[in-house]
Design a protein around this ligand. Structure first.
Ligand code: SAH
Ligand code: SF4
Ligand code: F3S
Length: 512
């Protein structure tokens, strides 16, 4: 953390303490990111704030104004957008889906690969005209890209239609940042490159009424050599179990049917607690007692996936039989270069244990092809591991160097044509095994959480099985949001079709 930022943070803390002197909030803000600072890991800097409140001064700020947020990237970003929407609503803004009529436009960005960043720059380019036509509109960039120095410098240089840039640690500061942007003629930049805090009681506008996301931890300490996330999201820090349990109880009371627990590496949950020994297995065991029909989690890192968690998951009930377990490569030497901290054998042993405990489990994964030095043989090891595990789906990516990461210093020496060819072969295998997994459902009766009408045909309903398979079947809209039993009559590569058998009352959930 640089001096300016340290000073700024201490001012913020002071304001929090005195609760009366808000004058410092109105000073012009300029705190730019630093990847070097973001890399630091210490213990002392994590602050735990129980209550988030909006200063009364800001409450009418959004009267007569509309906000629009475009979200890129992972579920964590989607969920951050729900929080920002919650803050906007408390400030009196109304949401709009139409960027043309928005008074505030936010881009919640993702930095994971170069093409993710290019999409954002492309979008920003479109906003030049909007700003020209209506100079009063505020345009903001937040999310993971804003944590990168190079991005902030590029925006400063070439995208002067942007009014504010704020980081992933600054979301709760949105009211102050907006206020600054209204007052200031300069671009407002507030990006803390700190390890991060845990802030409770943030408002949220959830996107749906059936499924909800719940953060259980933030940040990542794994520092896989290719990955930018530990720099953009800070240190691994867990929410207290009682706060998570309370949030999920509330969601159950509101009628939600499924919760996905979020974290970049949920298996490290609780490792940072000094005062209690409580890990993901313990949390899942407690969540089993809650009347929430389905609980999932993402993403799990193989490294911290312990036996207790497997044992708890094998009790099933509301804990579903789907585990997303990114492997990245089937070659132990690639895994070593990636600093994944497990090898092929250890990964396979974990898969064996999970399958022994939960034979019907659906395993899905993430894979990177064309990492520096990857040979044809090493890529073949990925192909063979994929088959050996029998993954039911995968997100596959061509390696993309990220500035500031250790891998970016390695020579990106696999030619693009070879990378593309490997990706194509892998995707063919992914499709083949997905179709095979789907085919196994033929004639089976599955539990489906009905989410809405099918995108292609409004007379058809769509929902997901416990193993995250899309199911389409004929039914009436009154069963949307309910759990039903469907008999599968036809299978495709990416979806299942079936006939409605029964609407479940809620008591029988998890019996299949
Ligand atoms: N925390 C998760 C992954 C989050 S990022 C985990 O470790 O399992 C989602 C996926 O993006 C990663 O699993 C990886 O496959 C991919 N990814 C991350 N950085 C990448 C890069 N520099 N180039 C290509 N793919 C990348
Ligand atoms: Fe990135 Fe690795 Fe952390 Fe996943 S575990 S977010 S791939 S550093
Ligand atoms: Fe992207 Fe940040 Fe998520 S880099 S994948 S939005 S944590």
């Amino acid at each position: 953390m640089n001096e300016e930022q340290r000073l700024h943070n201490s001012q913020v803390n002071e304001v929090k303490k005195t609760e009366k002197d808000y004058s410092q909030y109105f000073q012009s803000v300029y705190v730019a990111p630093s990847l070097k600072d973001a890399k630091q890991r210490g213990k002392e800097e994590i602050a735990y704030h129980k209550d988030f409140t909006i200063h009364p001064e800001f409450l009418g700020m959004g009267q007569g104004r509309k906000f629009f947020i475009r979200t890129f990237g992972c579920q964590m970003n989607e969920h951050d957008t729900e929080v920002m929407a919650g803050i906007f609503l408390q400030l009196g803004y109304t949401p709009t889906q139409n960027v043309q009529e928005a008074n505030v436009i936010l881009l919640n960005t993702c930095a994971i690969r170069e093409n993710a960043e290019n999409k954002v720059f492309g979008e920003l380019g479109h906003y030049k005209k909007i700003k020209r036509d209506n100079p009063d509109v505020l345009i903001g960039v937040c999310g993971c890209m804003s944590q990168e120095e190079s991005v902030v410098n590029k925006i400063l240089k070439t995208y002067n239609q942007v009014d504010m840039i704020f980081g992933t640690h600054n979301i709760h500061r949105l009211p102050h940042i907006l206020n600054e942007a209204y007052l200031s003629k300069e671009m407002v930049i507030e990006v803390w490159s700190k390890e991060g805090d845990v802030i409770e009681s943030l408002p949220k506008v959830r996107r749906g009424e059936i499924k909800a996301w719940v953060n259980i931890m933030y940040g990542c300490d794994k520092f896989c050599t290719y990955c930018i996330v530990p720099y953009t999201r800070g240190k691994e820090r867990s929410r207290r179990p009682e706060d998570i349990i309370q949030e999920i109880r509330q969601l159950a009371a509101q009628g939600y049917k499924e919760v996905t627990l979020l974290g970049q590496n949920v298996n490290a949950y609780g490792k940072d607690f000094d005062d209690l020994t409580y890990r993901l297995g313990d949390l899942m065991n407690d969540l089993r007692q809650i009347d929430m029909p389905r609980i999932r989690f993402t993403t799990s890192h193989p490294r911290d996936f312990d036996d207790h968690l497997i044992e708890v998951l094998s009790k099933r009930g509301n804990l579903v039989e789907h585990i997303h377990l990114p492997v990245q490569s089937g070659s132990s030497s690639m895994l070593k270069l990636m600093a994944r901290k497990y090898n092929r054998e250890q990964y396979m042993e974990l898969v064996r244990k999970i399958k022994a405990a939960i034979p019907e489990v659906a395993l899905t994964t993430d894979i990177i092809v064309g990492f520096p030095n990857e040979t044809d043989e090493q890529f073949e090891e990925t192909m063979s591991l994929y088959k050996e595990v029998g993954f039911e789906h995968a997100y596959t990516y061509i390696y993309s160097p990220r500035e500031g990461t250790p891998a970016a210093k390695m020579e990106d020496n696999v030619p693009m044509a070879v990378k593309k060819h490997r990706l194509q072969r892998l995707n063919n295998l992914v499709n083949e095994l997905s179709a095979k997994a789907m085919h196994a459902y033929d004639g089976e009766i599955v539990e489906v959480l009905v989410e809405g009408e099918s995108k292609k045909n409004s007379a058809v309903l769509a929902g997901y099985t416990r193993t995250s398979k899309l199911v389409n079947f004929v039914g009436t809209p009154d069963i949307i949001g309910k759990l039903v039993l469907v008999k599968i009559t036809n299978t495709k590569t990416w979806s299942l079709e079936g006939e409605l058998i029964e609407v479940l009352s809620g008591q029988e959930v998890g019996v299949l």
